[in-house]
Ligand binder design. Structure first.
Ligand code: FE2
Ligand code: FE2
Length: 324
């Protein structure tokens, strides 16, 4: 009989590497390298935070939606985003962190959320631009995550992506209606697209040459495509849609490039992204303040739920004793 005397750590690492290479999902019960766990916690938490902070710019328009139908759609969308936050916090918890701890990190500014939600929503047309561009960019980022090597994250993304495509369609439809309405409505739609276009391109993160986490995440099967690849796909998908809407994209350098088979686009102002990430965007302070207040005001809900769970556990353990 042959005895395998490789140290346990090495064997575990080899098994993990093999699973990733064979595209076998890593589950919470499996051994994983500490860096993989930490990277996933950071990414999933940031994603969860983005979902719940992302409710604010659109929640801003629920009371002012132009019709009952628009209001019902917008409410459903904002509720979906809350649901996405829940799936994702749950997925993060399977990695051994506590939701409370993640929320503390968000509230203290130690963990980030997507920079796009630090821009204000000034007109109703912004609901269209967010759905079409922001949810559209989110889909581009998230569809490959359905194949993420970590099971709970990949499975959460499948459902999220289905809902995101509804979000994108409703945004497109808002803009289509405005763009084919009065000249003032069309101008409002164009203005919203002008303001959200560049920040949407920044949602894919810094250029590959400056992206710190990309390579490792690709090797681990967390990320499938680089930031620049996803950004290019987004531009290629969106330009024909803008034409269908009868709206223009605010980039004089945007043109079809025969040679590469892609749309070429202008230089992104990365200093703006740096500024917004550092906390200096138009709405950073307001978003975090609102989130902290909502958390404090919701304390009684968490306390009641915990008290109910304790009572329920006490009753069922008493019932268990009787049965025994
Ligand atoms: Fe979402
Ligand atoms: Fe969405």
């Amino acid at each position: 009989m042959q005895v395998d005397d490789t140290p346990t750590q090495e064997r575990l690492q080899a098994r993990f590497d093999r699973m990733v290479a064979d595209e076998v999902r890593i589950e919470p019960r499996d051994w994983m390298p500490e860096g993989y766990r930490r990277t996933l916690i950071r990414q999933i938490a940031q994603h969860a935070h983005s979902e719940i902070i992302g409710m604010q710019p659109e929640g801003n328009w629920i009371t002012r939606a132009p019709s009952l139908r628009r209001k019902a759609i917008l409410m459903a969308k904002v509720q979906d985003e809350a649901g996405h936050g829940l799936y994702l916090y749950s997925a993060a918890e399977t990695l051994g962190v506590d939701r409370e701890e993640l929320l503390d990190l968000l509230h203290s500014g130690k963990q980030k959320y997507s920079s796009i939600f630090n821009y204000p929503t000034l007109t109703w047309a912004d609901m269209g631009a967010i759905g079409w561009l922001v949810d559209g960019a989110a889909i581009m980022n998230q569809v490959p995550l359905c194949r993420c090597s970590y099971g709970p994250y990949g499975r959460a993304m499948v459902r999220i992506c289905k809902e995101e495509s509804f979000h994108q369609r409703q945004g497109f439809e808002i803009l289509h209606t405005l763009s084919h309405g009065t000249p003032a409505q069309k101008a409002m739609a164009q203005d919203a697209v002008d303001r959200f276009w560049w920040p949407s391109l920044m949602m894919f993160g810094p250029p590959d040459s400056a992206s710190t986490h990309s390579e490792r995440s690709m090797a681990w099967g967390i990320k499938r495509f680089s930031n620049d690849e996803l950004r290019q796909r987004f531009v290629d998908m969106t330009v024909p849609q803008a034409e269908a809407l009868g709206l223009t994209l605010p980039d004089p350098d945007l043109r079809w490039d025969e040679e590469s088979g892609h749309y070429a686009f202008g230089e992104i102002d990365w200093s703006e992204l740096d500024r917004v990430i550092r906390g200096d965007g138009p709405c950073n302070a307001q978003r975090i303040e609102r989130r902290r207040t909502a958390h404090e005001e919701g304390a009684w809900v968490r306390e009641s739920a915990a008290a109910y769970a304790r009572k329920h556990a006490a009753t069922s353990s008493a019932a268990g004793e009787t049965a025994a």
